[in-house]
Design a protein around this ligand. Structure first.
Ligand code: NAD
Length: 361
């Protein structure tokens, strides 16, 4: 079994570097527990890279990411870059990384830790025991479709436009991922589309249905995205794996995050044929940057996913999840999941407590 790994670390902007710092503490502990050698290469992306080099995804950072066994990303973006040209905005780094590394499958588990059942804005009985997985297509759909832009018609009317397009192979490969992961879970896939209005997602439904014959042991259902948004807050436990398009997955997984207590709790894995990237689902949270208010758990949990999917070691994911459960069980909370009677800690202290718990285990 391989024991030496190269990890590219891309902290990014805002709270990105703060949560990455805590995730690196956890990575170091697992490295020594498993007797591995982990080589870390850090590179700038997003606004930080734009300031340093004039581009949000410099070639050198992309190369560092491409040469690694896995990439760990913080978050990018911030209000100071909102007025620059779209092609140079920090968020373009994300799209660039995803498309250049072929990261077409985004896995976003939304699982509630028992200690946080009362931190959700939904009732205990609605969320207790929740464990669903959003499988979001990541390199196609409206975020990448051409043509796109803003132009002016002959009569002087300005318009903005994007294109929602999916090819059959793009739909098939993401659907296979969803069926495959469902086989290791509760064997149920709900494919979410807007087939009643959008031809491209009607086609999505047709392709997913066609592929289902290869996976007859997995139950397949279809749901319109507006209904799914409602069902996620009405009865989220009906879902096992939600398979959906790039934009619908972006929105639904943020909604699912609130079922678990906070967007600061949700990790993600973005997988392709050759590369993989791990990141919290949240953004750079400029409103809380530099105040020790960021919850580092989503990024720490992303490290667990990295070991599971890219570094050939299953155990660290379970170790990290149980360290998180144990620390939350002791009543420790960051501000975003704080409730009466709990002890509030900052970003660093939360990272330290998880690290201590891992070292004990
Ligand atoms: P956001 O996820 O950064 O923040 C949304 C809200 O959640 C904020 O109130 C924030 O304080 C809170 N929050 C987020 N992460 C948290 C954490 N770990 N702990 C505690 N609270 C947390 O989304 P936004 O405000 O819409 O966007 C801010 C910037 O981030 C924008 O520039 C946006 O483009 C960018 N963004 C980047 C990514 C990414 O890098 N993957 C994803 C989404 C948004």
């Amino acid at each position: 079994m391989k024991t030496e790994f190269d990890i590219a670390v891309l902290p990014g902007d805002g709270i990105g570097p703060e949560v990455i710092q805590e995730a690196l503490k956890i990575l170091k502990i697992i490295e020594s527990k498993l007797g591995l050698k982990i080589n870390i290469s850090e590179a700038p992306v997003g606004g930080a890279a734009y300031e340093a080099t004039g581009h949000p995804l410099p070639e050198a950072s992309l190369e560092t990411a491409r040469n690694a066994d896995a990439v760990l990303l913080g978050a990018v973006g911030g209000p100071q870059w909102e007025s620059i040209d779209f092609s140079l905005r920090p968020e373009r780094a994300l799209l660039g990384l995803r498309s250049s590394m072929g990261l077409y499958a985004n896995l976003r588990p939304a699982r509630i830790f028992p200690a946080l059942v009362d931190a959700s804005t939904l009732k205990r009985e609605v969320v207790e025991g929740l464990d669903l997985l959003v499988v979001r297509e990541l390199t196609g759909g409206i975020y990448f479709g051409q043509p796109r832009g803003v132009d002016t018609l002959e009569d002087g009317t300005r318009r903005g436009f994007n294109t929602l397009v999916y090819t059959e192979p793009e739909i098939e490969r993401i659907a296979r991922i969803a069926f495959d992961v469902a086989r290791k879970r509760n064997k149920s896939v709900c494919s979410v589309d807007k087939a009643n209005v959008l031809e491209s997602t009607g086609f999505w439904r047709e392709v997913v249905t066609g592929l289902h014959s290869d996976y007859s042991d997995v139950e397949l259902s279809h749901m319109y995205v507006d209904n799914c948004a409602m069902q996620l807050v009405r009865n989220p436990k009906q879902f096992d794996v939600i398979l959906t398009t790039n934009m619908f997955g972006d929105i639904l997984s943020d909604e699912a995050s609130m079922l678990t207590g906070s967007i600061g709790m949700l990790p993600s894995a973005s997988l392709g044929e050759k590369h993989a990237m791990y990141e919290p689902i949240h953004g750079s949270a400029p409103d809380i940057t530099g105040q020790e208010l960021a919850n580092p758990l989503a990024t720490i949990l992303s490290v667990g996913m990295m070991f599971k999917y890219s570094l050939d070691h299953e155990e660290p994911n379970a170790w990290i999840e149980s360290a998180v459960e144990s620390v939350l069980g002791q009543g420790v909370r960051t501000a975003d999941i704080m409730s009466d009677g709990m002890r509030q800690v900052g970003t660093k202290e939360m990272g330290d407590l998880i690290a201590e718990e891992l070292e004990k285990g």
